[in-house]
Design a protein around this ligand. Structure first.
Ligand code: ZN
Length: 428
């Protein structure tokens, strides 16, 4: 099975679960991910103060529907969990159409889409439906029922996984698990992160890897409140994965000054895997957990990786029922998101400052480093090899050299191995 198909199947399995920022949907999601990678699952009590925030009560929902006067269910949460505002309070009441309309949310510009709406910090109840359906509702009494509850003795659930490397310096990969049934803005992140973690568990790594699966915003605030000191000391690069499973664009959400090692690595990779056709967004267009990781005083070198970013005009399905596993997120899109992330990770693993061990040009022929047959393309390889060593002055790292000589780092990896074997270059 291809990696894209495998990730798509994971996303299909996770699709029906009703996730929110707290509750059993998050736990069910982690129970599934735990079968793929050995995550640690942590519960933090509701009411805990975390920096300027307080963890809200845990919310769970069992069923929700609207019945017409004849008793037909015209909306059923069991069919699509976007139909209920996340964090809706309980209700069981017969009401008029006029009153019902005060609690219905639609998208007039996308009349066939059900919007995704949340109300985490203000108590209310509401239903979401297509605008077409709203227009079809007739004057009669409706029976509305939301069987949900808030538990102040509950907790917020998150998970992490530390994969130790040769050094304590670490790379952060963070994603969120708080959206109900949506594909790109939700499931693409956790499935790509899980696959990357699974791969790094199989290899010997230079860096330590910290994978974080959290509810967006409150989760990263909680996580930082527990791990800030260590993360500030050790983090060399960090990525927030979001909307990384469609097959349209490759996008980067830069760090505040777009000047970190992570920015440099992500741009080199995005440029090369997209044929120089990627989108680079400023930190002013942030929207996910980089808001916390890059906050003043936190200052981690974190960049967002996306295929087609949330709020991008190419992603009209964002935060609606149209963000699905058929038309938006595809196996090819997920495979691209996986490659994007793995290429960044693999580049970091090799991104040393290389220094030539001889003075003047090395003689490649006597070491058997010339390609056996001289063709146009093998001549290019030799040019690239000689260009590479021409910049191995101990000041340039792998990305610097590849950017100067105009090649993708993956193409340099084979000369680096040969050069190192022949003791022509070294790292300091
Ligand atoms: Zn979202």
């Amino acid at each position: 099975m291809t990696i894209g198909l495998e990730l798509h199947n994971w996303a299909k399995d996770l699709w029906p679960i009703c996730r929110s920022i707290t509750g059993n949907g998050v736990r069910q999601t982690f129970d599934y991910l735990k079968k793929i990678i050995p995550i640690n699952i942590i519960e933090v009590p509701c009411g805990t103060q975390v920096f300027d925030w307080v963890i809200p009560d845990e919310w769970n929902i069992r069923e929700a529907w609207i019945k017409d006067a004849q008793g037909n269910k015209i909306i059923d949460f069991a069919k699509n969990n976007l139909h209920v505002i996340s964090y809706s309070e309980a209700i069981d009441k017969r009401i008029s159409l006029a009153e019902l309309k005060n609690h219905i949310y639609t998208l007039p510009d996308q009349p066939n889409a059900v919007p995704y709406i949340t109300s985490y910090y203000k108590r209310r109840w509401g239903f979401c439906m297509t605008h077409d359906q709203l227009k079809s509702l007739t004057e009669q009494d409706y029976h509305v029922c939301i069987d949900s509850n808030f538990n102040s003795a509950g907790s917020l659930t998150y998970a992490d996984l530390i994969i130790p490397g040769k050094v304590v310096q670490e790379v952060l990969i963070s994603t969120y698990i708080c959206h109900p049934s949506m594909a790109n803005d939700e499931l693409s992140g956790p499935v790509v992160a899980a696959a990357v973690a699974r791969e790094l568990l199989r290899t010997k790594n230079y860096y330590t890897y910290r994978f974080v699966f959290i509810p967006e915003t409150i989760g990263s605030v909680v996580y930082l409140s527990k791990h800030l000191e260590q993360m500030k000391k050790n983090t060399v690069a960090g990525f927030v994965l979001s909307c990384i499973g469609d097959n349209k664009n490759y996008s980067i959400l830069s760090s505040p000054y777009a000047n970190t090692l992570t920015d440099k690595v992500a741009e080199h990779v995005a440029k090369n895997i997209s044929n120089n056709n990627f989108k680079k967004f400023s930190f002013l267009e942030r929207g996910s957990d980089e808001r916390q990781y890059c906050a003043p005083g936190v200052d981690l070198p974190v960049v967002g990786l996306c295929r087609t970013k949330y709020m991008d005009e190419d992603f009209p399905e964002y935060h609606t029922s149209l963000d699905d596993l058929e038309n938006v997120v595809t196996p090819e899109g997920l495979a691209g998101g996986y490659k994007f992330t793995m290429d960044c990770v693999n580049l970091l693993e090799k991104n040393f400052k290389y220094k030539l061990s001889v003075l003047c040009e090395p003689q490649l022929g006597k070491r058997g480093l010339y390609p056996a047959i001289s063709t146009k393309s093998s001549i290019n390889v030799v040019y690239n090899m000689m260009n590479f060593v021409a910049y191995c002055n101990g000041k340039n790292d792998l990305v610097d050299i590849c950017e100067i000589i105009g090649i993708y780092y993956r193409d340099a990896l084979e000369y680096i191995e040969d050069f190192e074997k022949n003791k022509l270059i070294h790292t300091e």
